[in-house]
Design a protein around this ligand. Structure first.
Ligand code: NAP
Length: 311
């Protein structure tokens, strides 16, 4: 039997999307609603409600699940709630993310960007894995900011991942020589955590498909909400021309690509593609299996200090 023949009817398949209330995740939720039920995972009940209604108005079906991904207990509780929905899951999109300029800490006392972008999504994914059917696709929206050799990211002020250890990252400590914005080091390091997760979990779970997408610089989203007013105005100005600029994209275009990767029944796992769907080179560091395995092992050890979620 071919991989595609083994797939359930896509109209009843459930697609889980984190961060569906804005930017790339919002557009992707609308795309996915044409291919089945969308499980909307977000932190704001009002925003989730608005997206659910938007999907219903288009004749689709969505189920909201509350989760603050910066809070590990909340992330794990959301996974439990989703499992209890007992839906035929086709795939999971880990899209939610933040790019703060300044460092901040969560209620748990961990670096905010590291917790939101890496620790929460990692805990959420690991808690869901036992209930995912064979060949389910798990996609992470990654960022080339993790790569210190990525010119366009360096020009924007990033210095690549500054990973020392998961514990150090949770404390907001980064390798010296980083960005002038502490938040950028946290962002680049946490997004490298997403890639390490895709590469390491693809090796660990051959029954599932782990894939990474770099959506392209997408000025039409809200990711740069903390930037100065002139920078945000520039982003708005550039947004309509994004498809014409190398490495840039729009939320709609990124959503189409991500939907394609998330719903692709091919066997491909441990893959990473760019904004055009072409294979993308990760940093030398995270491409090394020993390194991505260490990143994941240290993440698990850190998360083991947080009690497992109950309802
Ligand atoms: N935009 C780019 O240029 C770019 C480039 C490369 C990669 N990416 C990646 O693309 C992904 C989507 O970003 P975007 O550009 O679409 O940004 P966005 O418009 O700001 O959307 C971010 C989404 O994440 C959600 N979120 C933030 N913190 C959360 C938390 N603690 N718990 C649960 N949900 C949370 C937001 O919810 P609220 O609506 O409640 O705030 C929102 O739905 C991110 O992973 C980002 O790193 C973006």
């Amino acid at each position: 039997m071919s991989a595609s023949a083994a797939r359930p009817d896509t109209s009843t398949t459930a697609w889980i999307v984190t961060g569906p209330t804005s930017g790339i995740g919002h557009r992707t939720a609308l795309e996915l609603a044409q291919r089945g039920i969308v499980v909307l995972v977000g932190r704001s009940p009002d925003k989730l409600d608005a997206v659910q209604q938007e999907i219903a108005a288009r004749g689709g079906r969505a189920v909201p699940v509350m989760a603050d991904l910066s809070d590990i207990t909340s992330a794990r509780r959301a996974a439990t709630l989703i499992t209890e929905l007992d839906l035929p899951i086709g795939g999971v999109l880990n899209n939610a993310g933040i790019m703060p300029l300044r460092a901040f800490t969560t209620a748990q006392g961990w670096d905010g960007a590291f917790a939101t972008n890496h620790l929460g999504p990692f805990a959420f994914t690991e808690a869901l894995i036992p209930s995912l059917p064979d060949r389910a696709n798990i996609v992470f929206v990654c960022s080339a900011a993790e790569d210190p050799d990525r010119k366009i990211a360096v020009q924007a002020g990033f210095r690549g991942s500054r990973y020392i250890s998961a514990e150090a990252s949770a404390r907001g400590e980064w390798l010296p020589g980083g960005s002038t914005h502490a938040g950028f080091d946290a962002y680049a390091t946490s997004k490298q955590g997403n890639l390490a997760t895709v590469f390491a979990l693809a090796r660990e779970h051959p029954r599932l498909r782990f894939r990474a997408v770099e959506p392209g610089v997408t000025p039409g989203s809200n990711l740069t909400r903390e930037m100065s007013a002139p920078m945000r105005a520039f982003s708005r100005m550039v947004s309509p021309f994004a498809p014409l600029i190398p490495h840039y994209s729009t939320p709609k275009r990124a959503a189409r690509l991500i939907t394609q990767v998330l719903t692709d029944p091919a066997e491909a796992t441990g893959t990473y593609c760019d904004e055009n769907g072409r294979p993308m080179r990760a940093s030398t560091q995270v491409s090394e299996p020993d390194y991505s395995d260490r990143y994941v092992a240290e993440t698990r050890a850190l998360l083991a200090t947080t009690p497992a979620a109950t309802r």
